[in-house]
Design a protein around this ligand. Structure first.
Ligand SMILES: Cc1cc2nc3c(=O)[nH]c(=O)nc-3n(C[C@H](O)[C@H](O)[C@H](O)COP(=O)(O)OP(=O)(O)OC[C@H]3O[C@@H](n4cnc5c(N)ncnc54)[C@H](O)[C@@H]3O)c2cc1C
Length: 548
């Protein structure tokens, strides 16, 4: 299939991914020059279909991009009215006051939103300015120019047989060429990963770190619903087994977003993040809220946690990485959408200046400077030690030391300098023989659900007659390494039940149910042997999130 002829189209800027970063870039480019040719390509069946976020939105990104967003009807209408933080024990809870934390940790002035709906609205704004947006178009390959620069992407290839040959309805897709290509694929982007490796962009940086975020939307008893209330918890059920915590956000229409994040640097391969989430909902504090309600949606997505010191170089010839393709989440605030928007704006401004000067296909170093030294860099710099402290010293010590460090950073210094993360999350996994299995209670079908039932609430669909998009570098490794040494952790770290080991004649056999994949990218991150590569399936496949 390598000699395929494709039509090509020329643009000023080609943008991969219609998340907050990509859409912000598109909007800003057209605000600066209505004549620029800008295209956004999105693998979801529609804009928002693959967007899974908490979300409490710090509106500073939106303020900078579209100052009159209120008048323009942005779906940002539920201000945070209450902000609670609890430490959970198995049966009880302790409220942690906010006053020991610096003011930027407060959620007042922020909004509870469906980011999927915010992205749908941003897409309307972009289209009104003349941006071309093509949903259902997976960008599967990069196109390089004669001098090694990124020249474009291949998008919209459909109809391959499972073995990769052309099927009866094969469509080769198109080459979309841009003077600049923006990769705004979100966390662990597949093309971004290729660019980072090809141009060695992580050299001299700390490894990127990740969490796995899982989320359900619940409709609850109106008597228990408190629009605008935000809660975060730490402690039970994860305890010392892993870092992480939970969130409960009361949006409008008697809905709550119930989310759970597990840091992926956990050591015990028996840990089952999905079941930790299910167990969390049985805590008396949470159960009391959810009882009598119903879960209406489920989804999962990795979240970048490495912070300032893990951001790779974000420009190479012809290409710039935006938002969480770089990793711009402020971990203690659990917020990345504002930085994603600001990065899109900054990349657009740098590209506009370059195009005005007659440049093309070079490095947009002004963008990188703005990210590191401007509002995004300042936001991430202050909190850069919180995640490494948690990894090294555990939750309680890091709460105290992290609080102190954020305060001193607010004043311009740190007793700790810049701490490193050390290992990747894959390398943090230890052999199963070093750890005890964990016994998880069975889901009750009321508050907790088995994985496959929940996956049906992500409305995920993949055309079965296509190649498996979860590629193994070596087909022997899952049994020889993952199963033998690590008790097959993919069976547990995947929140969608994609991976299984079944018994064939008394021997384990590895099975990949790629149809279930919710595109969270955890396998690409956590597989101990780094043997699984997540690639894009054909466009339109994957989850179909309603208002996540
Ligand atoms: C559980 C959870 C809770 C969170 N809570 C909050 C919160 O409360 N507040 C907050 O501010 N942040 C929160 N975040 C972080 C926030 O979601 C990210 O910082 C933000 O989504 C980054 O935006 P982005 O545009 O970089 O990427 P994304 O929002 O991930 O968007 C990327 C888009 O690109 C598309 N795409 C990817 N690859 C391709 C390809 N090859 N071809 C075509 N399309 C492609 C995807 O389908 C997607 O639509 C949370 C994250 C998680 C996982």
């Amino acid at each position: 299939m390598s000699e395929i002829e494709r039509e090509s189209m020329e643009y000023d800027v080609v943008i991969v991914g219609a998340g907050p970063s990509g859409l912000s870039a598109a909007i800003r480019l057209k605000q600066l020059d209505a004549d620029l040719e800008v295209v956004v390509l999105e693998k979801g069946s529609e804009v928002g279909a693959h967007i899974l976020s908490g979300a409490v939105l710090d509106p500073c990104g939106l303020d900078a991009l579209i100052p009159d967003w209120k008048e323009k009807g942005a779906p940002v209408s539920v201000p945070v009215t209450e902000d609670k933080f609890y430490m959970l024990g198995e049966a009880g809870k302790m409220a942690i006051p906010h006053w020991p934390m610096p003011p930027f940790m407060s959620n007042h002035g922020n909004y509870i939103v469906s980011m999927a709906n915010v992205c749908r609205w941003m897409a309307e704004q972009a289209e009104a300015l003349g941006v071309e947006i093509f949903p259902g178009m997976s960008c599967s390959e990069l196109v390089y120019g004669d001098n090694g620069e990124v020249k474009g992407v291949i998008a919209g290839e459909f109809g391959k047989n499972p073995d990769g040959t052309a099927g009866p309805g094969y469509e080769p897709g198109m080459e979309l060429h841009g003077k600049y290509v923006f990769l705004s694929e979100g966390v662990r982007g597949s093309l971004s990963k290729e660019v980072i490796a090809k141009y060695n962009l992580s050299e001299g940086k700390e490894p990127q770190k990740f969490g796995l975020g899982m989320k359900e939307i619940w409709e609850i008893d109106p008597a228990k619903h408190k629009e605008g209330r935000v809660e975060h918890t730490m402690g039970w059920p994860l305890g010392g087994n892993a870092g992480g915590g939970a969130f409960i956000y009361h949006i409008d229409n008697n809905q709550v977003y119930v989310g759970f994040v597990v840091h992926l640097n956990y050591k015990n391969p028996h840990l089952f993040p999905y079941m930790e989430f299910q167990r969390f909902k049985h805590h008396p504090h949470v159960a009391a809220l959810l009882e009598g309600g119903k879960r209406v949606a489920y989804g999962a997505r990795a979240i970048s946690e490495g912070g300032y010191q893990s951001m790779p170089k974000m420009v190479a010839p012809g290409v710039a990485l935006l938002g969480c393709s770089v990793g711009m989440v402020n971990v203690p605030r659990i917020k990345g959408n504002h930085n994603a928007m600001l990065s899109g704006k900054a990349a657009a401004e740098a590209a506009y200046e370059a195009l005005q000067a007659g440049r093309a296909s070079d490095e947009l170093s002004a963008y990188e400077t703005e990210v590191r030294e401007g509002a995004i860099g300042k936001d991430l710099w202050k909190v850069r030690n919180v995640k490494p402290m948690w990894s090294k010293w555990g939750m309680s010590a890091s709460l105290a030391m992290g609080g102190l460090d954020m305060w001193t950073n607010q004043l311009g210094f740190s007793f700790f300098g810049t701490m490193g993360h050390g290992k990747t999350d894959a390398a943090s996994t230890e052999p199963a023989s070093h750890h005890k299995p964990i016994d998880y209670p069975k889901p009750d079908g009321k508050l907790s659900f088995d994985r496959l039932t929940n996956v049906s609430f992500s409305f995920t669909n993949h055309e079965e007659s296509q190649p498996c998009h979860l590629r193994l570098k070596d087909e022997n490794v899952p049994v020889a390494v993952d199963y033998t040494s690590f008790a097959g952790p993919s069976q547990r770290y995947c929140p969608a039940g994609v991976y299984e080991f079944v018994e064939d004649d008394g021997k384990p056999r590895f099975v990949i149910n790629f149809q279930n994949c919710v595109h969270c990218k955890t396998c690409d991150i956590k597989d101990p042997a780094q043997n699984i590569t997540w690639t894009v399936p054909q466009g339109g496949d994957g989850p179909n999130y309603p208002n996540m």
